[in-house]
Design a protein around this ligand. Structure first.
Ligand SMILES: [Ca+2]
Length: 348
């Protein structure tokens, strides 16, 4: 039998056991055929079918979703339905709007910003907004004495471009902005003149508020170092850079981030909402809520498509990563304690 729901209609038709292609037709929408639906006599098959009216469907990606103050992001229009016009809106960008297919936007102020794309064809238009899509980190060069942060972009003395200079002796201390987390140091680029035991040029990293704290790493060369974690929740990290009288390199580009230290992200400490691991490689994401229950959890890809959705009344949900491309996703969580969005990464 085939049913539709009231008030759209209520009709049915007896069909025999077999495999069928069902075509759905409605005024104002394009026909849609769902293939290979197998049913038994007196059996029930339920399919949710959404018809498309032919209007343009917005979708976009970008080369990065995290940048630093002064950094640029390249956006790509991946919309469907052959749009004939488009309008981007960039919260916090140096251009607030654009009609280009591949606009480049520069962000000057730290924060998180929404991106909206509206596309239209002869039939109609649709708009897609992704809140908190772009994260812009505050920028620090070594030599800046100290600050408290949970999201810093940290460079050598020359910043993102150019080499550091000779005979430098500079330091910077970051205090963790979250009393319940350690600091995680992740390098995006690294190039310091190599020497035996890094006795020439070196970046030294200490597990605390000064160079008297325990040494975590002494770095030189041009291999990107593994991630480094401080050991004290709400503690500090101190960087000391020294260069000798000749020879130098491009320096480094690093991110300083508050982190639980075990790849666990705590979204809501009051209610014990955690996501782990993040980033994930081949392990599924676990979402754990200690007080309250989940209503719905969705994993959204960067085109705004839900690649996984679960309804639940429990306190632990598993979001499978198998079959998903590496990249950045948004985990949208609706729970009795509130609604949450967390950026998660698959790194395989
Ligand atoms: Ca040198």
């Amino acid at each position: 039998m085939i049913f539709s729901s009231l008030p759209v209609g209520n009709y049915h038709r007896l069909i025999r056991a077999g495999t069928y292609n069902l075509t759905f037709i409605a005024d104002g929408y394009l026909p849609k055929t769902v293939r290979n639906i197998t049913t038994t006599d007196f059996g029930t098959v339920v399919r949710s079918v959404r018809l498309w009216d032919g209007s343009a469907i917005p979708a976009f990606t970008s080369n990065v979703t995290t940048t630093h103050a002064g950094g640029s992001v390249q956006f790509f229009d991946n919309s469907g339905g052959n749009p004939t016009s488009r309008l981007w809106t960039f919260e916090g960008g140096n251009i607030s709007s654009s009609t280009d297919a591949f606009p480049v936007v520069t962000y000057s102020q730290p924060g998180t910003y929404a991106v909206t794309l509206y596309v239209e064809n002869a039939i109609g238009g649709n708009s897609l907004t992704i809140n908190n899509y772009i994260t812009v980190e505050a920028v620090y060069y070594i030599g800046f004495p100290l600050d408290t942060t949970c999201n810093a972009r940290f460079f050598d003395s020359s910043g993102p471009d150019g080499n550091y200079t000779d005979n430098e002796n500079l330091n910077t201390t970051f205090f963790g902005g979250d009393p319940g987390k350690v600091l995680r140091i992740r390098f995006n680029a690294f190039d310091i003149e190599e020497s035996a035991d890094c006795e020439g040029d070196a970046l030294l990293i200490y597990d605390g508020p000064s160079a008297d704290s325990p040494l975590l790493a002494k770095l030189c060369g041009n291999t990107i170092p593994a991630e480094i974690f401080t050991s004290v929740n709400g503690g500090a990290v101190t960087f000391v850079f020294r260069s000798d009288a000749s020879g130098n390199g491009a320096g480094w580009d690093a991110e300083i981030i508050c982190d639980s230290g075990t790849n666990t992200y705590i979204l809501d400490p009051d209610n014990g909402l955690q996501v782990y691991p993040n980033p994930a490689s081949d392990t599924d994401f676990s979402v754990h809520l200690k007080s309250g229950i989940f209503h719905e959890i969705r994993l959204i890809d960067l085109t705004g498509r839900a690649v996984y959705r679960t309804n639940g009344n429990g306190q632990l949900a598993i979001v499978p990563v198998e079959g998903l491309q590496r990249g950045i996703y948004l985990l949208q969580i609706s729970a009795s304690t509130g609604n949450y969005t967390q950026k998660v990464v698959i790194t395989r």
